[in-house]
Design a binder for this molecule. Structure first.
Ligand code: UDP
Length: 237
């Protein structure tokens, strides 16, 4: 079967790697996520990953503590590096080549991001993990996902969440909430739906980068998506 998407940018929040815990990383969850990445590679899909850090630290959580917001955001970006390092090792343990490319320079730990080099690495089959978000405070890793997706020429940004798509209301609180199959960029803005933060969303809209929100832990969801099946909610295609 022909692939609908040949190169993807996969976004995992830190929480997606936390499993049943309320902090940090869960080994089974990491391995389960990476086995999906392996299945993608076996199909020949080129995979770039942006990972969040919310399972460890978020800059906004230290208000009124004496720690400046910019310092908190640096701490948050470092948290994404911790997650990226773990992901890289688990990816390699599943027999794939991988590397952490960080937007903050950490000599001896990660290398920098260069879109030209990255495209060649992806084409050669390496799975790249993009860490430290955009490298600047006041942004999120969703914005990094939009940015890196556009920079590497991805066909789509796939945002893995706990919920299997975008709903009319929070399905946890409202049992009558229904899932949107697809939405235009304008509909997301008119309905004030929280797909990603606005900076990330506008970047995708302006560069016509489609976004699909889906549940990574639903059976083979990401595999079915790259094959062109309808899963979760599609925005902007
Ligand atoms: N962060 C930042 N700039 C970026 C990306 C992230 O300052 O470009 C910081 C910010 O403090 C954020 C934290 O890193 O709260 C973790 O990222 P995020 O909240 O996006 O992680 P997720 O919710 O996806 O786990």
């Amino acid at each position: 079967m022909a692939l609908k998407y040949k190169r993807i940018l996969l976004k995992f929040s830190g929480e997606a790697l936390m499993g049943p815990n309320d902090f940090g990383l869960d080994a089974d969850t990491l391995n389960s996520v990476v086995s999906q990445v392996k299945a993608l590679r076996d199909l020949g899909v080129e995979v770039g990953i942006v990972v969040g850090g919310g399972n460890i630290f978020r800059g906004a959580q230290i208000q009124n503590s004496g720690i400046q917001r910019t310092t908190g955001d640096h701490m948050g970006m470092m948290a994404t590096v911790i997650n990226a390092l773990a992901l890289r090792d688990v990816i390699e343990s599943h027999g794939m080549k991988s590397q952490v490319l960080s937007a903050m320079s950490i000599e001896g730990v990660s290398t920098g991001f260069n879109a030209n080099v990255v495209k060649k690495q992806l084409a050669s089959g390496e799975v790249l993990v993009f860490a430290a978000g955009t490298g600047s405070p006041f942004f999120t890793t969703d914005t990094a996902a939009a940015l890196r997706g556009i920079e590497i020429g991805a066909d789509i940004v796939l945002k893995a969440t706990k919920v299997d798509g975008i709903y009319t209301a929070d399905p946890v609180k409202d049992s009558s909430a229904t899932r949107y199959q697809s939405l235009s960029y304008d509909e997301v803005i008119q309905k004030n739906l929280q797909v990603m933060d606005m900076t990330a969303f506008v970047l995708c809209r302006d560069h016509k980068m489609p976004i699909r929100v889906f549940d990574m832990f639903k059976d083979n969801a990401v595999i079915r998506i790259v094959k062109g099946e309808d899963e979760g909610t599609l925005v902007g295609e």
